[in-house]
Design a protein around this ligand. Structure first.
Ligand code: DX5
Ligand code: ZN
Length: 222
């Protein structure tokens, strides 16, 4: 697998929108549909008001597939659980800047373990908060909904922040991906890509589309 750069368009279906009664088949379906990465939303019922799945799910997908695993930790203490998610086979681990941890130390530990490191910010969080960490990240995730649940409406008001992140990356010569997550379909993917995002996470609009391959292609070409 050739690693993706921030100049590549990456479509990452979110497993949260899959049919949990047949997860293995759902992952295969995403791969056949042309998914570049698989996005795994980990929720602890504390950082967000929903509980999804933990490292056992990451490990099950890792052991049965080769797809790049983009693991998004929406949990209060990412530092406490980090080693388990890395051991489970994550390729990239994203933690929130708003969570309770030493962000710089957590990012260092992710990279030291040989994983790529992502940093996520909620819609209400300023880009200023990530500036001290730009040398330590492989991906900046700009949430385009308030995290917690799939199927929410895309928040247009995040677009200026995506543009500012892309400008900041240009100014600093950074190579980090800009990922968007929440309410992404072909139309909102087009706005995000125009603003500078290259990794497009999409749950409902891919797993719940009548034709998943067509949905993935339309997001990639948006
Ligand atoms: C939001 C999650 C998203 C979610 C996206 O809390 O982080 O990844 O699964 O789902 P859709 O694409 O349905 O908005
Ligand atoms: Zn996510």
């Amino acid at each position: 697998m050739i690693p993706k750069t921030c100049r590549d368009r990456v479509v990452a279906p979110s497993l949260l929108a899959a049919d949990f009664s047949r997860v293995g088949e759902e992952v295969s379906r995403a791969i056949r549909a042309g998914a570049d990465w698989l996005h795994l939303d980990v929720m602890d019922g504390h950082f967000v008001d929903n509980i999804s799945f933990g490292p056992a799910m990451v490990q099950a997908v890792h052991e049965t597939n080769d797809i790049f695993l983009d693991v998004h930790l929406m949990i209060s203490r990412p530092d406490h659980y980090l080693d388990r998610f890395i051991a489970a086979g994550s390729d990239l681990v994203t933690v929130h800047v708003e969570a309770e941890h030493d962000v710089a130390a957590t990012l260092r530990r992710i990279r030291a373990a040989g994983c790529q490191a992502g940093l996520a910010i909620n819609p209400a969080t300023s880009l200023e908060t990530v500036k001290p960490h730009l040398d330590a990240i492989d991906l900046l995730l700009c949430m385009t909904v308030v995290p917690g649940f799939g199927g929410q409406a895309f928040m247009d008001e995040v677009l200026p922040k995506i543009r500012a992140a892309a400008a900041l990356r240009d100014e600093t010569g950074g190579e980090w991906h800009i990922e968007v997550d929440g309410g992404i379909d072909a139309a909102t993917a087009a706005s995000c890509a125009a603003a500078g995002a290259n990794v497009l996470v999409a749950g409902s609009s891919t797993f719940r589309a009548p034709d998943m391959a067509a949905a993935v292609t339309s997001i990639r070409n948006a």
